[in-house]
Design a protein around this ligand. Structure first.
Ligand SMILES: *[C@@H]1O[C@H](CO)[C@@H](O)[C@H](O)[C@H]1NC(C)=O
Ligand SMILES: *[C@@H]1O[C@H](CO)[C@@H](O)[C@H](O)[C@H]1NC(C)=O
Ligand SMILES: *[C@@H]1O[C@H](CO)[C@@H](O)[C@H](O)[C@H]1NC(C)=O
Length: 835
């Protein structure tokens, strides 16, 4: 069987061989008649491909003769022709192999060469050879990819194939890719099947780094010269949310002044997200914020602007730390800190707190006494809390800084409630801000009283004048003492200092109203008894202990005309019989007698005037108006009545005047014996006393004459009309004649006041007289005697009976020229008195 099979195989093989042989024989025959030519494509017209005549072995002329021609089944494919002159086969039409044969490897054109005479048929095969006349070409010159940025390394992306119409070696041979960071090229396939390239991701993409990548892909063919074609690969990197937002700063530090108005922009935080679209859309919010800060700040979701929405107060919080979060669309978030430092603004005035106050403060508080303690505070900081404290001027207080922020208010001088009983002390605190703020408080401080002022009388000495014979209870003056102290410390009570006046308690003369200081007379005063006295009044306040002061009240009693003149000489009628002897030879103007009268009153009330109101022989005698001197008016003659009787009125100058009358008996005779009626002139009942009366009369007469002699002597000494001056009543009058009343006045001896003398002096006394008078103005004669040593007597230690002088003054109208004259006169008088 096997054998059979082999035999069969052998037979088939030999049959095949025979077929091949026959075919080869037949072909040879054909080939013998065939002409093969090879020509490259794209040859120009008339390009000689070969010489047919030569190949046929015939003369080229024969060809035209035999009408050689090329035939083709398809006339459109007639690319070659025969040149009959040369027998060349030439290109008739440029051949494009690619058009003719496309991608077929063998590209043959079949033609028939026809010869006539004899008809001969030859086959011409024209083989067209490829030349590299086409460059590789991409169908799309722009290749686009969208690759996710998270694509992993090694991922491949197939690229479009390039196309080259040429074949074989001239077809696509290789690809190359522009050098870049992310991709490499991997070429796949073979020449036969076609080659294509793949992009291989060699390094991860980052959209945030590069969104678009353009790469140039080049395809090369294998021809010579090589041709290439390019395409651009455009890669769009697709985003992945692979980036969190990033703040521009990790910490935003800003300073914000307190009291910034609402809406003030504090800071803009900004975060960027490299991603795009929703992945990169950042929104802001506070991620951690204290409650108080949440009331004050807000953040704009979109812009990241932080603004003020509340009142920023440095004193409440000095800084805020807020965490801000930036979040992208898909929730990736980052945080940053915003630190807001609040800057102090001087918006708080200093505060003054009165910690303690000693009110009222006694006026005797020693200098430096602490009155108040104040504390100053300022809630601002830095310079804004540097406080300066001051107090207004012109108050006796100052601020003493003590412990930090504490001041004590102390006195700087002694206080006196009586001058300033309260103070409004204004304390001002100013801080060091710019502009400064200040505040002030006023402390009302009272000064309390201390009994430090004794009552003070308005006047040092009070003088009160009261007319004698006053009604008891009359108010004579009022004293006032003031005490500036407060309430009972300044309440004044008046009282008399108990003393005695002439042995009588002062309280029986005067009383003082304790509250008003009005002094009342308790009894009726008699000027003739005493003319002035002094009392001391004490003003005492009600303090504890009380303070007091005293004043002297001099009470001057003024005279009233309550005493009639008293005739001293001649003795009043009925008591004694006085007869003056007048010499018959008496000439006109000679002094005959003198009426002497006194008035217990003083001044005008005691200024006496004498008038003859009735006389035996009117015109014979005249009386000096004020002297009381009776003088002969004319020479006495024998015819004149021997007995002359004169009634004389003595009147004082008071208002109304008081008067007394007396009778003067004058006997014109040179001899007592010639007086027959002398007996008649005596009184029987007084006989027993006759002797003494006679003695008195004799003494009187002799006194009179003595006086007369002195007068004459005085005239010698006096420059002017002195004789009458020296005839003084006081001198002439023996003290025995002085009435008891008169003597008593002298004895109790309160001197008249100058007030009394004022009236007196108007009658014509000279200045020198006044001086004299004034000298004893304030002195009281001691009760014990009529004589007194004048302490402030301008005449030195002269001793004088004032009433004598007064009498002298009443009667004289002579000028005492100088004090020496007066002195000598006074001494004369004194001498008399002492005797
Ligand atoms: C103090 O102030 C009060 C009220 O302001 C005022 O009545 C008083 O007179 C003042 N006192 C002095 C001493 O200025
Ligand atoms: C009077 O002064 C005394 C101290 O001398 C004092 O204690 C007292 O308070 C004062 N009285 C008044 C009413 O001020
Ligand atoms: C009167 O005051 C004086 C001094 O001012 C004093 O010496 C005298 O004692 C006071 N007299 C009386 C009674 O208070």
């Amino acid at each position: 069987m096997k054998n059979m099979l082999a035999r069969f195989e052998r037979r088939v093989f030999s049959f095949a061989l025979s077929v091949v042989f026959i075919a080869v024989v037949f072909n040879l025959r054909t080939v013998c008649g065939d002409f093969r030519y090879t020509v490259q494509e794209e040859r120009k017209d008339r390009y000689v491909v070969g010489n047919i005549a030569k190949d046929l072995g015939i003369n080229p002329q024969i060809l035209s003769r035999r009408k050689a021609r090329i035939d083709s089944e398809d006339s459109s494919k007639r690319y070659v022709d025969i040149d009959l002159k040369t027998g060349d086969l030439v290109i008739a039409k440029t051949i494009d192999r690619e058009k003719l044969c496309g991608s077929r490897l063998d590209c043959m054109l079949d033609y028939e060469l026809v010869l006539e005479n004899p008809l001969e048929l030859h086959r011409i095969v024209l083989k067209i050879e490829d030349i590299n006349d086409n460059a590789p070409k991409f169908l799309n010159e722009r290749i686009t990819f969208e690759i996710h940025e998270l694509a992993s390394k090694g991922q491949r992306f197939r690229l479009d194939e390039a196309d080259d119409s040429d074949i074989g070696q001239n077809g696509i041979n290789s690809y190359s890719l522009e050098t870049n960071n992310h991709f490499i090229l991997s070429v796949q396939g073979s020449n036969e099947k076609g080659k294509y390239a793949e992009l291989v991701l060699d390094k991860e993409l980052d959209r945030e780094q590069q969104t678009d990548i353009d790469l140039i892909l080049t395809a090369f063919d294998g021809g010579n010269p090589q041709k290439s074609g390019t395409a651009v690969i455009h890669i769009t990197v697709l985003d992945a949310n692979d980036n969190s937002p990033v703040f521009s700063q990790p910490v935003y530090k800003v300073a914000l002044a307190e009291n910034s108005p609402l809406g003030t922009e504090v800071v803009i935080v900004s975060a960027t997200d490299a991603d795009e679209g929703a992945n990169g859309a950042v929104s802001y919010e506070f991620s951690r914020i204290a409650n108080n800060a949440a009331q004050l700040f807000t953040i704009d979701k979109v812009t990241g602007t932080i603004k003020v929405i509340g009142e920023i107060d440095y004193e409440e919080e000095k800084y805020y730390e807020i965490k801000v979060q930036a979040k992208d669309g898909s929730g990736l978030a980052t945080t940053a800190s915003v630190v807001i430092d609040i800057i102090d603004v001087n918006d708080n005035a200093p505060k003054i707190v009165l910690k303690s106050l000693k009110n009222p403060i006694p006026e005797n508080a020693v200098v430096g006494t602490e009155v108040a303690i104040i504390n100053v505070q300022d809630t601002d900081s830095g310079d804004n809390r540097q406080i300066h404290c001051s107090i207004q001027q012109n108050v006796p207080f100052k601020l003493n800084p003590s412990i930090k922020n504490y001041f004590s208010l102390i006195t700087t001088s002694s206080l006196d409630r009586e001058i300033e009983d309260s103070y409004n002390i204004t304390i001002t605190a100013t801080d060091g801000g710019s502009p400064t703020l200040s505040s002030s408080i006023t402390i009302h401080l009272s000064v309390s009283d201390v009994n430090d002022n004794p009552p003070a009388f308005d006047e040092r000495i009070y003088s009160a004048y009261i007319a004698e014979n006053n009604k008891p209870g009359t108010s004579i003056c009022s004293v006032t003492a003031r005490d500036p102290d407060w309430r009972q410390n300044g309440t004044v009570l008046y009282s008399l200092v108990s003393s005695e006046i002439n042995g009588v308690p002062v309280s029986s003369f005067l009383s003082v109203n304790g509250d008003t200081g009005v002094i009342h007379a308790v009894r009726s005063f008699d000027y003739e008894q005493f003319r002035s006295f002094k009392v001391q009044v004490v003003a005492r306040d009600n303090g504890s202990p009380p303070l007091s002061s005293n004043t002297t009240v001099s009470v001057f009693i003024s005279d009233e005309n309550d005493n009639s003149p008293q005739i001293l000489y001649p003795a009043p009628e009925g008591k004694s019989l006085m007869t003056e002897m007048v010499p018959k030879t008496a000439l006109s103007g000679s002094l005959v007698s003198k009426v002497i009268a006194v008035d217990a009153d003083s001044g005008q009330n005691a200024w006496l005037s004498y008038h003859i109101i009735k006389s035996t022989d009117p015109g014979l005698f005249t009386i000096g108006l004020h002297t009381g001197e009776i003088r002969a008016q004319r020479d006495i003659t024998e015819s004149d009545n021997m007995k002359q009787n004169l009634v004389i009125s003595v009147k004082d100058n008071g208002q109304p005047p008081l008067s007394t009358t007396c009778s003067v008996f004058l006997l014109i005779s040179d001899n007592l014996a010639e007086v027959p009626e002398l007996k008649d002139m005596t009184y029987e009942e007084n006989n027993s006393n006759l002797t003494s009366y006679l003695i008195i009369a004799l003494v009187s007469v002799s006194t009179f004459f003595l006086t007369f002699i002195i007068l004459i002597l005085a005239v010698r000494f006096c420059h002017r009309r002195k004789p009458r001056l020296l005839f003084d009543g006081a001198v002439a009058i023996p003290s025995a004649y002085l009435p008891p009343n008169y003597a008593e006045v002298d004895g109790t001896g309160t001197l008249r006041s100058s007030y009394n003398y004022d009236a007196y002096l108007t009658t014509g006394s000279r200045t020198s007289d006044f001086k004299f008078v004034r000298s004893y103005n304030d002195n009281t004669l001691p009760a014990s005697g009529t004589l007194k040593m004048f302490q402030d007597d301008p005449f030195g230690s002269s001793i004088i009976n004032t009433d004598c002088i007064e009498i002298w003054f009443q009667s004289q109208d002579c000028d005492i020229e100088n004090e020496r004259e007066l002195l000598s006169f006074k001494k004369l008088v004194m001498h008399y008195e002492l005797d």
